[in-house]
Design a protein. Structure first.
Ligand SMILES: [Zn+2]
Length: 332
């Protein structure tokens, strides 16, 4: 048993309380490799933004959970080296799907876990979430739960259709489970293809897809039911067109990839939404940068020469999100 407190990590409780009061949101960036982690920490340290490092089940399978945890521990020290005196870094399990998985993360030094039982019937979601909360709270680890179903594909999490969170259920759910934050479904979606062309309209000038707006009426109704309660948005990449264009220009093929417009995320960040998950956008930045190097310098075979530019582009992306979308700069 390792406590996250020994590793210099923090849980989400204080982060979220401050974020709701201050009208901003904490970035939750997924990571799978060293370059991504370096970019996240550099961007957070330079902007003095609290940050949530997310590890999904897929990341654990890809990179090995032991290695990821030590990387997060190393990230705290790296942040200090960069001059961030008191780094506010949370290590969070994204989409935990069983009590055993959540428990192993709590025991292993994570400061926050998500139990996603949203695909189960309501009462089973409550029972499993409550079990995780009871265990995690013994060690002061915070728990995110989910109510409602997001569409899209993210690692092993996938669903063809979405169901908006029902505002009339949230008080009962939060009270009975004791969860610390709630991921809701209001029209965000996992992956780089958040909407089918049929769900969108097309801008007559550019020919680009315009996605349907988020259901802010549902968010408002939830906030009315649970005033001041931390709300989480998954599937909130905006799929920047510049990266999609770069990928397509240098030999890739991502037709009609579409995300959540940043103005809508900014609006959400000013409300009780205090954690916004961003994964696909950094994948796109990484891929765009690597493709560019491969296209322009076909003779290049030193991974540092293409992972380096990928890291730089991700860092730029993370800073942009922190400063221009979430507003979390200067808050840590
Ligand atoms: Zn998610």
């Amino acid at each position: 048993m390792v406590s996250y407190k020994e590793l210099g990590l923090v849980n989400t409780r204080e982060m979220f309380a401050k974020a709701i009061k201050g009208g901003y949101a904490i970035p939750a960036f997924n990571f799978n490799n060293m370059e991504q982690l370096q970019a996240i920490i550099k961007a957070s340290a330079e902007t003095k933004s609290p940050v949530i490092l997310q590890v999904s089940k897929g990341a654990r399978n890809y990179a090995n959970q032991t290695l990821l945890r030590y990387m997060a521990q190393g990230a705290v020290e790296y942040a200090k080296e960069l001059g961030w005196e008191h780094p506010q870094i949370c290590l969070h399990l994204d989409h935990g799907d069983s009590f055993e998985l959540c428990k192993s993360c709590v025991d292993f030094g994570f400061s926050s876990v998500m139990i996603d039982a949203s695909s189960l019937p309501y009462e089973e979601n409550i029972a499993l979430t409550k079990k995780v909360v009871e265990y995690a709270h013994k060690y002061d680890v915070t728990v995110e739960a989910e109510l409602g179903v997001l569409a899209g594909v993210e690692d092993e999490v996938s669903s063809a259709v979405s169901h908006y969170t029902k505002p009339e259920e949230v008080v009962d759910f939060a009270t009975r489970t004791g969860c610390d934050s709630l991921a809701i479904s209001i029209g965000t979606s996992h992956g780089a293809y958040k909407f089918t062309p049929e769900q969108c309209t097309r801008d007559p000038k550019t020919g680009k897809l315009v996605p349907p707006p988020l259901a802010f009426d549902v968010l408002d109704a939830i906030m009315e039911q649970l005033p001041g309660f931390p709300i989480v948005l998954h599937g909130s990449s905006s799929v920047p067109q510049e990266y999609v264009d770069m990928i397509n220009q240098y030999g890739g093929k991502l037709p009609d990839a579409v995300g959540i417009p940043e103005e809508q995320l900014r609006k959400a960040a000013k409300s009780a939404v205090c954690k916004i998950n961003i994964d696909s956008d950094s994948r796109l930045a990484f891929t765009a940068a690597v493709r560019k190097v491969f296209a322009e310098k076909p003779g290049e075979f030193d991974p540092r020469k293409y992972c380096g530019p990928a890291r730089d582009l991700m860092e730029e992306l993370y800073k942009h999100k922190i400063i221009n979308v979430l507003g979390s700069n200067g808050k840590a």
